[in-house]
Design a protein. Structure first.
Length: 188
């Protein structure tokens, strides 16, 4: 059960490619085990194992699986989202239930799980679900940071991987400074 929800987690992590940018993972009620992220990145695409992140103890301290809303941050009520700055957007607006694997699997009326690119579109593009790309205020900067899919993906995934590295525990999670550990050039 929790596996299914966490599989959905990857869909909202950012730069996820699915057959249609507006299709939700919930349509098939079972997300794929693996996704290809950043298909047109200069350094190459990123193969992301959703199943690995939701079934193994991949939390920063290595003691538990990752909760769905750690990546799918909009999939919770606003009262919860605001506790985790800079997140403040919920989808759909007025959401009352927090996304969990159990909710995803058992409640046919649960709100859909949207892919990251529906809010965090490519730079210069309008997102499908929002009037414009989200922006956050970053400490030490006068200008707000626009969270296109590249920024959102690198901040969320890279930030988590960096936090794992700071714990000093043995992990296969590459830090945000090791770009080609995730990005792999595809042979022509």
């Amino acid at each position: 059960m929790k596996v299914l929800l966490i599989l959905i987690l990857i869909v909202a992590t950012g730069m996820v490619v699915v057959s249609s940018s507006s299709s939700s993972a919930q349509e098939g009620k079972k997300p794929k085990d693996e996704y290809m992220l950043a298909p047109s990145a200069k350094l190459g695409p990123v193969k992301f194992s959703h199943i690995d992140h939701i079934t193994k103890n991949r939390s920063v301290d290595g003691t538990k699986t990752i909760d769905c809303v750690e990546c799918h941050h909009t999939a919770q009520p606003e009262s919860e989202a605001i506790k985790h700055p800079p997140h403040k957007t919920v989808w759909p607006a007025g959401r009352t239930a927090t996304l969990t694997a159990d909710l995803f699997e058992k409640d046919p009326n649960a709100p859909p799980v949207n892919v990251c690119t529906e809010c965090h579109a490519r730079a210069g593009m309008k997102p499908a679900l929002l009037p414009e790309l989200p922006k956050i205020k970053v400490e030490g900067s006068e200008e707000p940071l626009t969270l296109d899919n590249q920024q959102a993906f690198h901040r969320k995934c890279g930030g988590c991987h960096d936090a794992v590295a700071k714990t000093g525990r043995t992990s296969t999670a590459p830090t945000s400074k090791k770009c080609v550990a995730c990005h792999k050039k595809v042979a022509a």
